[in-house]
Design a protein around this ligand. Structure first.
Ligand code: NZQ
Ligand code: ZN
Length: 388
């Protein structure tokens, strides 16, 4: 196992009816900005629960944070935060609202000249301060409720970039599985596959003798395979909703990624598909991951075989046959929850390949994935494999 440091101070408040606890979780006397998306919380009753719990607090609302939150929108919020001397941000929504709020928190206290640098120069300069954040999660998927990551899109240039900082770790996150009841099928499917691929990014690399992390990872994958379809079949099955929600949080709160190599190539390429074509985040991952497993079958052999055997019970055949069967099972799982896995399914043709290659080259990226096993030429091959 590799050396590691682990820090995760996010207080999780989990369960039915727990949104009411906001009253005691938000600091007394805080000037609060409540951020949310396009209005789903007004239809499913979450907005009313939050407002009731915040009775007596000084609350400014900022709505309209879109899926794949836009820098342009978030900067409007930053102006309001500064003008009203807001000192606490409460994000109520899915990954987009949470990520957007993390960016608002960091951009408000940013001392550099251009807050866009938080995303474009993340390897050179660090976020040194951010406003405190609390969250009420409404969509299990990203793990944003218990991590310090944020992904922001600049609409005018079609760029989708991420940053990470301990300063934007939420002070608390409320996870009430009842929020799952109002989710459209498409969003449940997106959440299942996003959480699944988060585990794969931290697991499907090469062995470093890390049985705890491996078995935690396999248990999250198995839970998603078992519970995901139950949530899709019956949205008001509370127990399945609760297991799905906790699985998605555990998939990306840092725990399974400690002391092990990580990949993240699927996400890096996937973000470009969202940036250029607006494909939902989770869906981009299901397009790319099978291509990486196929092309990098030698580098990832030991872990693909372990995953195939422990998660899908594939034990027969040569190594290559077992790897093929494992990729096939993974693709079938994605398709079974309603997520298509080829570029053609989304109306995207081969012209995307040079666009992504050019963009990586312009950013000076030479290789991605664990040990840099994926060159830019490989990125083109992976996309080629996933055309139709
Ligand atoms: O905007 P509203 O009206 O609220 O509707 C949302 C939105 O249209 C709706 N929704 C959310 N909760 C609902 C609901 N509808 C009914 N009932 C509910 N309870 O769902 C739609 C999608 O929401 P969004 O927040 O965009 O989805 P998700 O949670 O999948 O977040 C995706 C974003 O997170 C980023 C992605 O790149 C993408 O921008 N990610 C963040 C990560 C992180 N912070 O660690 C990691 C991920 O890999 C990912 O990159
Ligand atoms: Zn993801």
């Amino acid at each position: 196992m590799n050396n590691f440091e682990f820090f995760n101070p996010v207080k999780i408040v989990f369960g039915k009816g727990e949104i009411a606890k906001l009253t005691n979780l938000v600091p007394k006397g805080a000037k609060v900005m409540m951020t949310y998306g396009g209005g789903s919380i007004k239809k499913n009753g979450i907005y009313d629960q939050v407002k009731t719990a915040l009775t007596g607090f000084d609350v400014t609302e900022f709505s309209g944070i879109e899926a794949n939150p836009h820098y342009e929108t978030l900067m409007k919020a930053v102006q309001i935060v500064k003008a009203n001397k807001i000192d606490f941000l409460l994000a109520v929504g899915g990954g987009s609202v949470l990520d957007g709020t993390k960016f608002i928190a960091a951009a408000t206290l940013w001392e550099g000249s251009d807050p866009w640098d938080i995303l474009t120069r993340r390897n050179e300069i660090n976020v040194e301060a951010a406003l405190p954040i609390g969250t009420v999660l409404t969509l299990p998927a990203t793990g944003s409720e218990m991590n310090g990551n944020s992904v922001v899109t600049r609409w005018e240039t079609k760029e989708k970039l991420a940053f990470g900082s301990d300063f934007v770790l939420p002070k608390f996150s409320i996870l009430d599985p009842l929020v799952v009841f109002s989710l459209p099928e498409k969003q449940v499917a997106n959440g299942i596959v996003d959480a699944f691929v988060h585990v794969m990014e931290q697991y499907l690399t090469y062995p470093v003798n890390s049985p705890i992390q491996d078995r935690f990872a396999e248990s999250i994958l198995t839970t998603l395979i078992e519970e995901g379809p139950k949530v899709l079949a019956n949205r008001t099955d509370y127990e399945s909703a609760a297991n799905f929600m906790w699985a998605a949080t555990m998939a990306l709160n840092g725990l399974i990624g400690v002391g092990v190599p990580q990949d993240w190539a699927t996400h890096t390429i996937g973000h470009e598909l969202t940036a250029f074509h607006g494909i939902d985040h989770g869906r981009t991952l299901c397009i790319i991951l099978p291509g990486i497993m196929n092309l990098k079958r030698e580098d990832k052999k030991a872990k693909i075989l372990q995953y195939g055997e422990r998660v899908w019970k594939i034990t027969e055949g040569s190594d290559d046959e077992r790897i093929d069967a494992t990729i096939e099972k993974t693709v079938s799982f994605f398709e079974s929850v309603g997520v298509k896995t080829k570029l053609a399914d989304y109306g995207v043709g081969s012209d995307i390949i040079p666009k992504i290659v050019e963009r990586f080259e312009a950013r000076g990226i030479k290789s991605i994935g664990e040990r840099g096993i994926i060159s830019i030429a490989d990125v083109a091959k992976i996309l080629e494999l996933r055309l139709k």
